[in-house]
Design a protein around this ligand. Structure first.
Ligand code: AMP
Length: 313
C-alpha cells in the first residue's frame, strides 16, 4: 500500500480490502488531512464526477467507493445486470485527482456470517420505501459500514436520490455518526434528463419518454412560481405530462414535505420575491416542498425530483 497519493498526476491507490482502506484513512487523518468520502456504485458519469469535484473543495484527500451493493437491490431488480465499469471508473477518478478508490468485493463487505442490518429512519418509509421495501435498510447498512471503514469528516451525496440523502442525514443524526453530509444538486444532460448509470439502458425512443420526468418537474416549478399553490393541481399536471409521454408506469408523482417526505396540506405557501438574489446554494431548509417522481420506461426505473422554493431567486 502506498502511504499517500493525492496529487493530480499520481495514480489513485485502489484498495479492495476494508482493513487496508481503514489503515489508509487513519494514516491520512493522523497527518491532519481532511478526508471526504463519495460513496458510489460505479459506472461513473458526470454527475458522480461533480460530487468528486465538490468533495475536493471540501477536503485534502478524496476517497471514492465503488461498490454495487447487493443488499439494496430487491429480488426482481437489476443487481446482476447493473453496469460494472471498474477500469473506466479508475481512469476517470485518476483524472480527477482522487487519493484513494475503495472497490471491495461482496465477500469483503459481507462475510459468510454477516447478519446485522440497520432499521432505517422514518423518512425511509414513504415513496421508495413503499416500492422498494428493503432498499433503504440495505443503503443504510452499507453506508454506515463505509463510514466505519473510511471515517471521513465529510461525505458527499447527490440530490438526484433525494430520499436517500434525507435518509442518510437522519441516520447520521440518530446514530451520532461523526460525519458531515453534503448534498450536491442534480447534474443533467443538456436536454434535462438527470444523469444516471441506468440511462445507458435507454434506447433513443425510451429517452424521449424519459424526458417527461424533467419536463413534468419543470412544469410544476413554473406553475408554482406563477402562483399555482394547490398541491393536487400540481400533482395532476405531473401525471398528465407523464401519461402523455406514455411512460410504462408511474410509481409516484407527488409533492411532499421536503424534510419528512409526508403529504403536505393541500395548499403551498406562495412564492415571495427577493430583491437581491442569495449568493449561497439553496438548501432543503429553504424549500417549501419537493416534487418527486419515480416512473418506468421499458424496464428501467427512473427517479427525479425538484425542490420548490418559497423565495424566487
Ligand atoms: P449511485 O452510483 O447511483 O449509487 O450514486 C452515487 C452518488 O451519486 C449518490 O449520492 C447519487 O445521488 C449521486 N448521483 C447520481 N446521479 C447523480 C446526478 N445526476 N447528479 C448528482 N448526483 C448524482
Amino acid at each position: 500500500m502506498r502511504p499517500e497519493a493525492s496529487d493530480q498526476d499520481s495514480q489513485p491507490l485502489v484498495v479492495t480490502s476494508s482493513s487496508e482502506a481503514r489503515l489508509w484513512t487513519r494514516s491520512s487523518l493522523s497527518r491532519q488531512r481532511r478526508v471526504a468520502l463519495v460513496p458510489t456504485m460505479g459506472a461513473l458519469h458526470r454527475g458522480h464526477l461533480e460530487l468528486v469535484r465538490r468533495a475536493k473543495g471540501l477536503a485534502d484527500d478524496v476517497v471514492v467507493s465503488l461498490f454495487v451493493n447487493p443488499t439494496q437491490f430487491g429480488p426482481s431488480e437489476d443487481f446482476a445486470r447493473y453496469p460494472r465499469t471498474l477500469q473506466e471508473d479508475i481512469a476517470k477518478l485518476h483524472a480527477e485527482g482522487v487519493a484513494m478508490i475503495f472497490a471491495p468485493t461482496v465477500g469483503d463487505m459481507y462475510g459468510d456470517r454477516f447478519s446485522t442490518t440497520l432499521n432505517p429512519p422514518q423518512v425511509a418509509l414513504p415513496l421508495e420505501g413503499e416500492f422498494r421495501t428493503s432498499h433503504f435498510s440495505g443503503v443504510c447498512t452499507v453506508v454506515l459500514k463505509l463510514f466505519q471503514i473510511i471515517p471521513a469528516q465529510v461525505a458527499v451525496f447527490g440530490q438526484k436520490d433525494y430520499q436517500q440523502s434525507r435518509v442518510i442525514i437522519d441516520m447520521v443524526a440518530d446514530l451520532n455518526v461523526d460525519v458531515v453530509i453534503d448534498v450536491m444538486p442534480t447534474v443533467r444532460d443538456p436536454d434535462g434528463l438527470a444523469l444516471s448509470s441506468r440511462n445507458r439502458y435507454l434506447s433513443a425512443a425510451d429517452r424521449t419518454r424519459a424526458l417527461s420526468l424533467s419536463r413534468a418537474l419543470d412544469r410544476v416549478e413554473a406553475l408554482y412560481r406563477s402562483g399555482q399553490c394547490e398541491v393536487s393541481v400540481l400533482q395532476d399536471e405531473m401525471r398528465h405530462i407523464l401519461d402523455e409521454a406514455s411512460v410504462d408506469a408511474v410509481d409516484y408523482a407527488v409533492i411532499v414535505d421536503p424534510q419528512t417526505l409526508l403529504p403536505l396540506s393541500h395548499v403551498l405557501s406562495p412564492v415571495t420575491f427577493q430583491s437581491s438574489p442569495k449568493p449561497t446554494r439553496p438548501t432543503t431548509d429553504d424549500a417549501v416542498a419537493v416534487a418527486l417522481i419515480a416512473a418506468h420506461v421499458s424496464g428501467t426505473r427512473l427517479i427525479d425530483n425538484r425542490l420548490l422554493f418559497k423565495s424566487r431567486r
